[in-house]
Design a binder for this molecule. Structure first.
Ligand code: NDP
Length: 333
């Protein structure tokens, strides 16, 4: 369905196919749900795709057999396009690639690694490949590697993130100016106004993670979902840059990390403190004290747990209201 917008002199009918991201993925709205470990399985991905966005299964926390089951369940729950997020650090990546190809997953978002490694193989199978970056330098490398689109993710984002702390506000125009393939903005976006701002900065679409964690369809533990509602401004931190930088809630585990830094911990000591499976413990098993609770700065704006389809609709309604606001006095000077 289209809607009308004023462009100063004329009224134009906007259909979703005017948008490069909608065309690329064959979806209704350029709104993508981030593939997040322990939080985004088939229930969330299919709900977002059914609502007209693009749902993504986060495969980084799934053993190969689990990913296969998740893909099959997602296919049964939606006839719309959906994707799989594939972190390059995943230990059994060959098996995931094999599963994705065998089950003809239409779209793959790769992250945390070199886009040259898998892009051509996936594209040879007719799969649309998008790579997630946190800097202009890596956006250019991704375009050169032949990906179909880039997600540029700013410092505000939850979970794994870049070391350079470039904010979405600065990153998107920098990247938009230099690449010609479609650009998806991520990091700090959780509202319709945020979506419009990202498009105004030069993005063609947005990727949203944190808001979709706080949905009944997300596989995150209820303790984690409820904690997000009380995580205000200043209560998340990007840390552990010596290992893999990650933004998380400042809980007891984070305080131990902070204390370790104050005591001059070495990389080996930080690795030992982090241990294994902290993300699972926090986000999936609901251990709010010892677990890693990965969420973006936008958690300060999340007030309730609501169905994924309602999140999509709320964002779009606010986007459209904000778009028509742009013709009000405030913007005329
Ligand atoms: P850890 O090394 O601390 O733990 C590995 C976790 O992954 C365990 O909980 C394990 O589950 C699970 N897992 C799933 N498949 C495998 C496999 N084939 N081999 C070993 N473990 C597996 O890593 P993290 O929890 O920090 O991250 C897990 C993965 O997700 C990594 O590949 C990472 O790159 C990726 N990732 C992490 C993000 C983050 O922000 N932390 C963001 C995006 C991707 P079990 O305990 O049941 O054995």
């Amino acid at each position: 369905m289209g809607f009308y917008a004023l462009d100063a002199t004329k009224t134009v009918l906007l259909t979703h196919m005017n948008n490069r991201i909608c065309r690329l993925f064959n979806i209704e709205y350029p709104l993508i749900q981030a593939g997040m470990i322990w939080c985004s399985g088939w229930e969330l991905a299919s709900a977002v795709s059914n609502a007209g966005g693009l749902g993504i299964i986060g495969s980084g926390s799934m053993y190969p057999q689990i990913l296969e089951e998740q893909i099959l369940k997602c296919k049964a729950a939606t006839s719309k396009p959906f994707g799989v997020n594939l972190p390059m650090l995943y230990p059994d990546i060959d098996k995931h690639i094999d599963t994705i190809i065998r089950h003809k997953v239409p779209i793959v978002f790769t992250s945390a690694g070199n886009p040259k490694t898998w892009t051509q193989k996936l594209k040879n199978e007719g799969i649309i490949v998008v790579h997630v970056v946190s800097s202009l330098k890596f956006a250019l490398k991704a375009e050169e590697a032949g990906v179909d689109a880039v997600v540029a993710e700013g410092f505000e984002a939850g979970g794994h993130n870049g070391r350079d702390e470039t904010t979405t506000m600065c990153l998107i125009p920098l990247v938009a100016k230099r690449i010609s393939i479609p650009l998806i903005a991520a990091g700090g976006i959780g509202t319709g106004r945020g979506m419009l701002a990202a498009l105004n900065l030069g993005a063609d679409g947005v990727q949203i993670g944190s808001r979709f964690v706080a949905t009944p369809e997300s596989s995150a533990h209820q303790n984690f979902k409820e904690t997000i509602l009380h995580t205000g401004e200043g209560q998340t931190q990007l840390t552990l840059k010596e290992l893999t930088p990650v933004r998380l809630i400042k809980n007891d585990f984070y305080k131990k990390v902070e204390a370790a830094y104050e005591n001059g911990a070495t990389t080996e000591e930080l690795t030992e403190l982090l241990g294994r499976g902290r993300a699972k413990k926090g986000m999936f098993e609901g251990d709010l004290i010892e677990g890693e609770l990965e969420i973006g700065q936008v958690s300060g704006l999340i007030e309730k747990i609501m169905p994924a389809a309602d999140v999509v609709q709320e964002i779009l309604m606010e986007y459209r209201a904000a778009l028509s606001d742009q013709h009000t006095e405030k913007y005329t000077f």
